[in-house]
Design a protein around this ligand. Structure first.
Ligand SMILES: [Mg+2]
Ligand SMILES: [Zn+2]
Length: 199
């Protein structure tokens, strides 16, 4: 199974220091939802791993978070795309949980749910803690230069901040293009009629 794990805020949607508390405040980064749909069409399943400490801080409730994700799923469906699952940490930093990134709890949950070897799974995010959480359990780290990393565009990545094998991409659309181009082209079915080969 081909699985990609994405951060949410700053990777799929425009981030806010005031937190994303309502569906109205959830606005996709241009091209990000289309990128997820392209990944889906190339056979990739997509899961989200997201810190949502605004829950633990009492800034919004689970009903609001569900409504936000409802908007995301609906906008994606219009484009023919789909996120299979959203895993989130609802805790505030002082609760000492195991699922708040940079700890890998969400990634372990996703690995169990999907039954995949996490070493085959790319993780995409805009902060070091996204990538550290994934790299801790063996995922391949990919930084998108949107959200908190937008200031790093046209600059070398600072050393010692991101996992050693981190690759940087302009945005989620550029990551999707890279991943799809990297995948080997499907082999033609032996004996298929020529008009079937390229499907
Ligand atoms: Mg983020
Ligand atoms: Zn947590």
């Amino acid at each position: 199974m081909k699985l990609v794990i994405l951060d949410r805020d700053g990777t799929i949607n425009v981030d806010s220091d005031e937190y994303i508390k309502t569906p109205e405040e959830w606005v996709p980064i241009p091209g990000a939802l289309e990128a997820i749909a392209r990944l889906n069409h190339a056979g990739w399943h997509v899961a989200i791993a997201s810190n949502q400490s605004g829950l633990g801080r009492g800034l919004f409730d689970v009903a609001s978070l569900n409504a936000i994700h409802g908007k995301m799923h609906k906008m994606l469906a219009v484009l023919g795309g789909r996120v299979d699952a959203v895993f989130y940490c609802p805790h505030s930093p002082d609760e000492g949980c195991q699922c708040r990134k940079p700890l890998p709890g969400l990634f372990e949950q996703i690995g169990e749910r999907f039954g995949v070897d996490l070493k085959t799974v790319p993780v995409v995010g805009d902060t070091a803690r996204d990538l550290v959480a994934g790299a801790t359990v063996g995922c391949q780290p990919h930084l998108v230069l949107t959200g908190k990393a937008e200031a790093l565009r046209d600059k070398p990545l600072p050393s010692g901040v991101y996992p050693d094998n981190t690759m940087a991409h302009k945005d989620l659309a550029a990551f999707a293009d890279w991943l799809i181009a990297r995948a080997p082209a499907p082999r033609p079915v032996v004996g298929a009629a020529p008009e079937d080969v390229a499907r």
